[in-house]
Design a protein around this ligand. Sequence first.
Ligand code: A2P
Length: 340
Amino acid sequence: MKKEKYNVAVVGATGAVGEQMREVLEEREFPVGELRLLASERSAGQFLPFRGKEIRVDILTEDSFTGIDIGLFSAGGNVSAKFAPIAVHAGAVVVDNTACFRMDADVPLVVPEVNPKEIANYKNRGIIANPNCSTIQMVVALKPIHDAARIKRVVVSTYQSVSGAGRKAMEELSQQVTALYNGREIEMEKFPHQIAFNCIPHIDAFVDGGYTKEELKMIKEARKILNEPALRITATTVRVPVFCSHSESVNVETEKKLTAADVKAILREAPGVIVADDPENNVYPMAIEATGKDATYVGRIREDDSVTNGLNLWVVADNLRKGAALNAVQIAEILIRDYI
Ligand code: A2P
């Protein structure tokens, strides 16, 4: 028999994504029975609001998941590696926002607008992986184009906000801006260089071949989600001094010719997409407008005549919402509607 309410644990509840998890669960009226907020001992004693009540933050331990139906994890890969299997053992299904399980063949990697049926494979390990924030918004825009004209190659460059690196990274940008205006020393901890008034072409660690892990995540995750293991795709990921929402320049080559008008028409019908494309009136997607919104915004839609069947897109979404918390809650909604 179907449950009316589900007990939900948010792991990493005090973080930038954890905060959005609470907001999105409340906004979308997810049928939450108990909400268990979990973080490290640093947060012990904090209370956070949910549906007009203040809920105490508990310290994450091996006993945290008794009676929990769904665990939404966003406290880093090491925490997920240790505690996701413990949560599953206690009877929960885990939606994991870290990179820990994403590329495991038996763990579904899901964007509900793109491959919702994969959620059925949660049964393999009790875990569903939420993709990288930059990957999610890109595939939401690419999937309808792929369905219409088969994508042959993608070249993506990102302009990623500091919130993707967590709450401390947002504080670091604030501190640096204020310090620079007031002639004080800047503090640097989360980024390898000053981020204020700068662009840093380096997100996550460098790996072989000169790519960063973030770039490889975009490449490998897009292939898995689109179920195109041989898709030709390359990425350059850049941190920019924006607080929230990631922007992406996406160059696409398709097998079949699509005009810019075709792409606009296709994307206007696409789930989760809003076309914002009226250059004459200075309308195009921008980070400050996407922040706090659910949609993936696409604009600057143009044909690229430098290749056969080329297209250029500018894709913007709130990385904490569609890129993380919202996508996770959408997965949980399908899970309770169809499976648990
Ligand atoms: P805490 O606030 O107690 O450090 P962000 O991505 O914004 O940096 O947030 C990370 C989240 O993950 C925070 O809620 C943080 O809790 C939590 N977290 C980090 N490390 C651990 C850990 N070892 N155990 C439990 N929660 C953790």
